[in-house]
Design a protein around this ligand. Structure first.
Ligand code: DHB
Ligand code: FE
Length: 294
């Protein structure tokens, strides 16, 4: 990747990428999400049955050999030992789960959460500056906007949870030697629903290439890139949360995101700041009330 200024740095750090998978697995296990396993028997039977049938149909249709079957077995085992189930599922399945579950929600569009969210990031009042290192690399970005309900009324007590990679494509808490809360924060909007966040533009992100998912990507001749993106969760009491990502025009991977998570509504309209201090972008949020649907 010659068009990515951080390619050299990525290469240098690839040896550590497998740690990210293990951490994502540990965090998922520790999160509340794992305890919600009370799926009714009928649904388990329906869904597991459909999945098993789909797999059997593939074997039949494509006349899968024993060699291929054993390669699959070895690979599935490796996904687990590499801790890459969160990675695999969030890259190749979450986008459809998100589509299906957000169809009826009016307002701002969502997309996948991905594996690297951390709850309870430090609270900051608007105008906020996310934690960064001295001489942090990258292009400064002022991200600002307003919250309204679906009737256009300002929303009080709204917040923006934001997390993104640094200019080399790494996430704090998932890559070594990064400050714990680097580029992570919970920004409280003001009483008019306005927020301003100072940060640095993230780089395109390559999913770890040294684990089972990377092995699959290489074996299939695919690429491992996601376009540069900012992760967001917006919420306010009495409103439905939106989990989304925002993207930058011109990124070569906006059209072929490996995680299929780009939507036109999520493209930022980035402007250069008049004073030459970097870029600026406005993105407004429309939240649906709890229970409100299309
Ligand atoms: C992955 C990473 C991301 O930053 C993301 O948004 C989605 C998926 C991943 O590595 O699987
Ligand atoms: Fe991401």
């Amino acid at each position: 990747m010659t068009d990515n200024p951080s390619a050299a740095h990525l290469k240098e750090s690839q040896g550590t990428a497998a740690e990210a998978g293990t951490k994502a697995t540990e965090r998922f296990a520790a999160s509340g999400k794992k305890s919600k396993l009370d799926v009714p028997k009928e649904r388990v039977s329906l869904l597991a049955g459909a999945l098993i049938k789909a797999a059997n149909d593939i074997v039949e249709e494509h006349e899968v050999t024993y060699e291929e079957y054993n390669a699959l077995k070895a690979w599935l085992i490796k996904v687990g030992t590499d801790g890459e189930w969160p990675l695999f599922l969030d890259v190749w399945l979450e986008h459809t789960v998100e589509d299906v579950n957000s169809k009826e929600r009016p307002g701002t569009v969502g997309t996948i959460e991905g594996p690297y969210y951390v709850s309870n990031a430090p609270e900051l009042q608007t105008p906020a500056t996310l934690e960064m290192r001295e001489d942090e690399e990258g292009t400064p970005l002022l991200f600002h906007g307003d919250f309204t309900d679906t009737d256009g009324n300002p929303i009080k007590d709204a917040q923006v949870e934001i997390w993104h990679a640094d200019a080399a494509g790494f996430y704090s808490q998932y890559a070594p030697d990064m400050p714990e809360w680097l580029f992570r924060g919970t920004v409280k909007a003001d009483e008019n629903g306005h927020f301003e966040i100072h940060t640095m533009q993230p780089a395109p992100y390559q999913i770890p290439t040294d684990g089972a998912c990377g092995q699959l990507i290489a074996a299939a001749g695919w690429h491992a890139w996601r376009p540069a993106h900012i992760h967001i969760k917006v919420s306010a009491p009495g409103y439905q949360m939106v989990t989304q990502q925002l993207y930058f025009p011109g990124d070569p991977h906006n059209e072929d995101d490996i995680a299929s998570a780009v939507k036109p509504e999520l493209m930022l309209d980035v402007q250069e700041r008049a004073d030459g201090s970097g870029n600026e972008v406005q993105y407004d949020y429309v939240l649906a009330k709890e229970g409100e649907s299309r």
